[in-house]
Design a protein around this ligand. Sequence first.
Ligand code: ASP
Length: 424
Amino acid sequence: MSKKSRGLTTKIFIGLLVGLIVGIVVYQLPDGTFKNNILIDGIFQLLGQVFLRGIMMMVVPLVFISLVNGASSMGDVKKLGRVGARTILFYLVTTAFAVTLALALGYLIKPGTGLDLGTIEQVETTVSSKTPLVQILYEMVPRNPIAAMGEGNMLQIIVFAIITGIGLSTLGEKVKIVVQIFEQLNELIIKMVGFVMLFAPIGVFGLIARTFATVGYAALVPLLKYIIAVYIGLILHAGLIYSGMLKGLTGLSPKIFFKKIFPAMSVAFSTASSGATVPINLDINEKEFGVSRNIASFTIPLGATINMDGTAIMQGVATFFIAQVYNVPLSIGAILTVVLTATLASIGTAGVPGAGTIMLSMVLQSIGLPIEGIGLIMGIDRLVDMGRTAVNITGDAACTVIIAKKEGELKEEIFNSDSKELSK
Ligand code: ASP
């Protein structure tokens, strides 16, 4: 990483810590205009939202442009097909692992037993009814690509971008100028993201301070076991599965991987949005891991949309939690159904805060658990969302590095180099 971006990482981290401390202090203050209107819904909200919206502003054009580039620069359609198939397979398998691990933890830790339902405020949920799988599949094809962009419907944007990219690469020389325009747009958008990222430390401060000033730590106590179980799952998954796959499939050092991915993890942690983390994840994959742009610009935006291992872990633990709270024993069949639906739900989960909890309704309904159970965890969802999003995007990066290595598109000297030698 260049000196400049290393400085930025440190600053983001400081923003995060200061936000946490300030948030907890503010939480202790008596409710009133100063605390609620001036701080929580005033300053913290302003700083956080300006950053969040700034970065969200870049997401649709970035994902579209970068996927068109990725797909068109893959050279031949066969290679795109191979990389695409491997990427999707990798994403699905790791997610299935994740939810299995989570179910084991849910079974062992039993987060829901001993929970006194009476003391927990039931939060209204606005969970939509079950979306059939077939519908998730056919709705990936946009009826109107411009509307898809307007709505920020990532799956539809991805489908349209990949088809555009394939068209460009099939036409080759004939559309040279269009390809160049897309390449230049890519440069432009990355530059613009850089501008927004300059505001990251302050934005992260605002987001974290607001979360903790609202929730505080005392509110955590009844749900602590649930949170801890999810976090154990997240740490085990990242530490064992990603490290093991990296080491086993590529021989690359997991230690270097985690050290270099950390800035992206902290952006994911503070924004709770995989979508918002795409820019920095792309940057790290290219500049720090030495992954070629055509691979990264394909796998990272795709992963941010369909690969959600952290979310699957939350869904596995939450299912057990809710089943235990409502005293519903889970049969083997129910558990297998959860593995399947949570894996598929993760594909349909948007990379935005809280989306995974909404999709949890699909998992609960598939085995007949009451969706009202979601109300129990909604209040603290943000704290879990931050961690699971960090794992979601780490999975995208791990997959990218592995695929790039297999395709001969990873410069190992860059991966192994000390961050500071790299620049610009
Ligand atoms: N916030 C997550 C993400 O963007 C999705 C979720 O809610 O689980 O990756």
